[in-house]
Design a binder for this molecule. Sequence first.
Ligand code: GLC
Length: 815
Amino acid sequence: MESSEAIRPEKMGPLVMKETWNTPGSVVSWELAENVYIVRGECAGMVFIFLSDDMFRMKLFHGQVPDLTTSAAVMNENCVPHLFPVEETDGQLIFTTSDIRLIIEKSSFLLRVENTAGKTIMQQNLASWNPRGASHAEYDMQPKSHFYGLGEKSSFLDKRGERYTNWNTDVFAPHLPEIEALYESIPLIIHMHGDLTYGLFLDNTGRSDFDMRSHGIAFTIGCSTGSYDIYFINGPEMKDVVKRYTTLTGRIALPPKWAIGYHQSRYSYMNQQEVLQLARTFREKNIPCDVIYLDIHYMDEYRVFTFDPVNFPDPQRMISELGELGVRIVPIVDPGVKKDPKFEVYKEGVLEKHFCRRLEGDIFFGEVWPGISAFPDFSDSRTAEWWGDLHKFYTDLGIQGIWNDMNEPAVFNESKTMDLDVMHFNNGRAVTHEEYHNLYGMMMSKATYEGLAGHMGGERPFVLTRAGYAGIQRYAAVWTGDNRSFWEHMAMAMPMVLNMGLSGLAFAGPDIGGFAHHTSAQLLVRWTQMGVFFPYCRNHSSIGTLRQEPWSFGEEVEGILREFIGLRYRWMPHLYNLFHEAEICGLPVIRPLVLEYPRDPHVTNLCDQFLLGDNVLIAPVYRPDTDHRSVYLPEGHWIDYWDGEIHAGGCHILAAAPLHIMPMYVQAGTFTAEGPLKQYALEDKAETVIFHLFGAEVGSGFSAGYSLYEDDGHSFGYRRGQYSELKVQAEGTEGALVLKWAYTVQDYRPRRELLQFALCYPNFSIAGVEGLAEISLEQLKAGRTGWAYNGKKGAIIVQINDAAEGGELLILAHE
Ligand code: GLC
């Protein structure tokens, strides 16, 4: 006899059911409840919270009471709601701020944002959801729409015509243009059309998708679980969007200077001797280096918070010997804790219920490097603190930086991650892994950053992470995971890191030289030339591949790499300044040209060259056996950094690029700041700054300025005001150039007595400097004040005392 089992639904074949999507219907009422505008439709409602004149949150809700919690991405202290007048007509509800009008069509719930001139900035046509919990909305796209942001994605800069998924994924398979999801998820899109730009940030930590490909004149943003919770961020310029987005999700914390130096890594340096020898080789060869990474082999059978007793028997001694050489180590810490009842961390984690569990209480186990492992539930502050505190193991040894990897979390199984029904306790608001997934890595890095900071006595920690969500910039630098030693991957690193910068991740970079596959001499040279101008600069390669330390390919290559790594150290004052700017206003260290020249149609998808800050153009060579490349120079005049040739912008030029040259240009009439060549960033050397002024002119109308930020480079003292700001200004007058400098803040005194101004390739012939004697370059090097012709750059260097009260100089031109 058969039981009811005979008619189990799955035996009946696949069920064909039409997907139904519901919409809110027309607006039936609205109310203001404690700074929140609640607009109810026939079937669902939307809340609107204005955070400023240029930013509002809109969230779809079902039922009576909207849930207004945000994810950890949003810095609630910056989200003070504002009230703006509401106008109601028969057909519309209109919210007016001083910059925008949000118009809701009552009959359709269509949303439109206009600027004060009545031009449509954004239009949301339809927000809908299905019974399985997915939601999405459709937005207008224009013939001239361009899309940026979305964090770490493959393919080119402009995301028009692309579709992406946000689901943090460990992708060892080559990062191809068709790969929709990588390790990081930043659900922010920046839409530029004509002279209008806005951003939409979907605060959803589950799987989401952004489709700029499939809907013709519209693009869609959707999520498969959780809530449809969107922030509209106004421009009108892309820079405004980036600055505002980073007030919402935070900005990078100024890194310690050593973290901005050159870093050397390998999977893995196998033992203590190898690490020490590596550090000594850098010093013997005079190749600057700040950090050596310890990949998984430093651990005792991959148990986090341990050292292998055979290969790393005396980490304390190793660290102090490295310290004498000015080298630090950054060890890797993955989330997987080895299942081993004799392993203290595991035992404690189980006994104190720190590991991710299913609702019924059983711990989730997955396989990673240590074998079967459990994964801490960083969503719970109690666990985050526990994990953070465990880092005392490292800080007691003097370690100040940690590398978080595999924190998507990656698991060696079919789904590549934790089962979706695992729970995250989330301080009492438990959610499934399906809803929480993209936040896991960020919460690990947050716990790590806070744990380190708590044990470092006021020193700045450094955390590097592979996975992250919006806001990760507050806690960690991000590297772009397992790329390959392919020229294509070198080229792809540019748009990827540039878009990361537009998405708040100002401190990012790829594995220089490529991680998997075998690098080559040329690829390593070209990649390093580019990489030393990326915010994060680390050479890393995989087990089983050709070695790629800077000396691996003979003397010629070594010499070029020494020069370029040295260049990063000489440019440190300028770089550090840009990091400071990223901390205070959110703008990225390296920028796509479209950020600075949004009206230039040639640059909307230009991503094989980029800007360092706003005035230095870097044009890497990213193909083998190539000694020329075309470079696009935007408006203005641009001076070749290497030979001083001046080019009018607004056109393409063909740049010569023999192997030892990477084309670089500085905008005429601007400054950069260089410092002494050091072997590591905090090497104790006189901090003589050289302000380089490119292409100065005499005559009224010429003006250039620069503001140099300085602090001790390693402590949080700067947050208590211990920093200095030195402003320099150059003004053209009749037959002369006036140079002025003054400290506007001087609560930190750098160790130096002298300042230098280098007038590089001026547009006039220099007769002398009023009140200063002409001296030789040798005398200048020996520390005398005066001015000297610098044959190499066809210009002069002025050396003066770094007086606290500042000063002024007159550079005289020949008639
Ligand atoms: C992952 C990381 C890589 C690391 C390796 C071993 O593949 O992305 O950087 O070297 O794991 O830890």
